[in-house]
Design a protein around this ligand. Sequence first.
Ligand SMILES: C[S@@+](CC[C@H](N)C(=O)[O-])C[C@H]1O[C@@H](n2cnc3c(N)ncnc32)[C@H](O)[C@@H]1O
Length: 218
Amino acid sequence: MDDVRKMLRNLSEAAIERGAPLEWFEDLYEVAEKDRNLIPWSKGEPHPFLVDWLNRHSEQKTGTALVVGCGLGEDAVFLAEKGWKVTAFDLSASAIDWVKEMHSNLPVSWKVGDLLNPDPAWIGAFDLVLEVHILQAIPESFRIPASTNLAPLVRQEGLLMCIGRMNQETPIEVDGPPWPLDRSFIRLIGSELDLIDFHSVQYEEEEHLRYRAVWQRS
Ligand SMILES: C[S@@+](CC[C@H](N)C(=O)[O-])C[C@H]1O[C@@H](n2cnc3c(N)ncnc32)[C@H](O)[C@@H]1O
């Protein structure tokens, strides 16, 4: 395990032990003191599965987008530059302060928020709801209730896109985070919507798969 992954697991384990399993995200952003190199998931670019999907669907009209657990905002920035009207939120106040400072020139509405308790005004309000690497980063007892809050945010004809790590048929034991998700769990995330895309890839150097699932509200 590399040093960064070890540090993440230590922070996560310490947060679980003190009874606040999601607090380590804030701890990490705070400790990083705006050094992007210390945020392992921040690659400075939008997720390639998001870029690929939008490239393949040039017919997709822009509209309102909600980026869930936006971190340092790469996906939100990409969507805003493509013409989407973006709201992006994260549990970590330090992440939101940081991203606001980096992208003060962009018309993205950056907010502190919790997927476990989303703003009621967001229900049915978005043409695109995007979740990248959040559900796999939170323990199961939070993941299950958080996952049920995504689909209700999607408006009629709108899309829900989830991107992350997925287990093979036989899951490999991991101490996480991240915890690759079971295919059966992923399918449940959008069960009130129509599944229109399920893409998965196995990279040579990884034991799990990477997935993108897209649902639409008909
Ligand atoms: C692994 S990072 C991924 C960040 C970003 N989506 C990306 O791909 O770079 C997980 C992010 O989810 C945020 N997060 C965790 N639990 C959350 C929750 N319940 N509601 C909103 N954001 C949450 C964390 O603060 C962190 O920024």
